[in-house]
Design a protein around this ligand. Sequence first.
Ligand code: QV4
Ligand code: CA
Length: 550
Amino acid sequence: MLLHDQAREHALGRLGSSFHECKRLLRWMSPLAKGNLRCLLLLLLTVLGLCWTRYKLNPTVKKTSIVHLFEWRWNDVALECERYLAPNGFAGVQVSPPNENLVIMSPWRPWWERYQPISYKICSRSGNENEFRDMVTRCNNVGVRIYVDAVINHMCSSGAGSGYRGTCGSYFSAGDRDFPAVPYSNFDFNDRICETASGDIENYSDPVQVRNCRLLGLVDLTQRKDGVRSKIADYMNHLIDTGVAGFRIDATKHIWPEDINAIISKLNNLNTQWFSRGSRPFIYQEVIDMGGEAVRNKEYFRNGRVTEFRYGAQLGTVLRKWNGEKMANLKNWGENWNLMPSDKAIVFVDNHDNQRGHGAGGASILTFWNPRLYKMAVGFMLAHPYGSTRIMSSYKWPKHIQNGTDINNWVGPPSYSDGSIKHVSINPNGTCGNGWVCEHRWHQIRNMVIFRNAVHDKPIAWWWDNSNNQVAFGRDGKGFIVFNNDDRNLSEMLSTGLPAGIYCDVITGQKEGNQCTGIQIHVAANGIANFHISSQAKEPFIAIHVEAKL
Ligand code: QV4
Ligand code: CA
């Protein structure tokens, strides 16, 4: 839903802006052919031809994946849209909360200070409002959408004291529930409504206190009040006005579904500078529902998509071969694994919380710390039709496990001693420096984003497995992928469902010009091809698709 609209918007947007470009080009060139009708006609055809080919409405241009550029500065996001995300078919970027947050000095500038709002002013360690607007404009201009992480359930910790300690220097008093830069006063918080002794959530099996009491001691807003709904909607409409395409709603589980619905109904349509008239913001809601709690993800389906946390936990279990799990069992992956309906799901292998043991951590979650299995998990996610996919892009932190817990899981992004976040440097080989991991730039992951775009409208077909951890499947006539997660080599003749020809494996390399930089796969006229994958291979999977065919 999101990404189809995006592709259409993107194509129209491009045509739109290109049409202006073409008109400008015509105006500039026509005097040259003044008086000579034949020449003018030839010129007209040439220019229109040029414009059209560069921006031709390609109905199959479908972009399917969002990347979470966690803690990136706005200037770096804008650069990444232009130099990398647009050319490689990424649909959009999830950015860190852009609003003013509490400056926390102990521990020193933890990443999670950005989940303690002080106001809705657009100023944070990622940049100020001008930089934010510049990023949204530049990304939209190349067809990459911006999705904002909206922290609207609460403000800062009840224990945060008072002072001018917001990233914009705004005053607040947590104890008095006073946030004059919004403004919010103590009538806008749930203290009188929450019925637990501590005022905090004490029992997740009670759906009322999960909404009306403080999550982790964070002062809890009353979204039941129209005044609070309007303040939140004003903040989100301000972002929509800059060109933002939608929102990740933080801590959705802790907000009543009907209150979220009421807020969404106050949101404006998207900015027609980049989106067709009447386009609505894309909404996806963070609800951690592993089953077994009172609050269920389906309560929020009416508002938009919902994060499916079981996806990463279960896929990690299968790839780690825990609990007797094996890849052959993925034959019926999706709703049959007790996951939510595919058209409601936002899926990911890991996210900013559970890659470091926060939120729905769980030991099975695969992350960049385990690159071999991680690439397989992301590859499988991008090849499989289930859900709308989000790629995590992280920074490295000094992970240090003590008694089973990473005592450094609070450490914030690469930054200088003054707290400013480091620039994302790009190495000659396209990877990132300065402590940024940039999983989205790992060529196997990038190429699988392109794979997902190429096969997007095709169902799974031609499933094969060896009853253990060697599996393969096609996306009916557009793509085919083979995994070897067994301890023995894979050597199989498999029906791919693909047209005959020579295909470039996009895991060991890719198609460049009319050559394959990695291995080639020869598909015979009957669609059958030979696959060999050593169990010792660095990336034990092969992926081919019709856009990587010689
Ligand atoms: C501490 C105590 C509390 C006490 C409080 C009193 O733990 O019991 O009441 O002090 O002041 C940080 C600290 C946390 C501290 C809290 C308030 O880690 O110890 O509480 O601040 O001072 C992120 C981090 C949290 C962090 C929070 C705010 O993960 O550790 O808390 O930001 O800075 C549930 C929710 C789910 C949520 C998940 C983490 O259902 O929605 O927990 N996930 C989202 C975001 C997540 C963010 C929040 C919600 C909060 O993805 O990143 O939490 O906005 O599962
Ligand atoms: Ca709440």
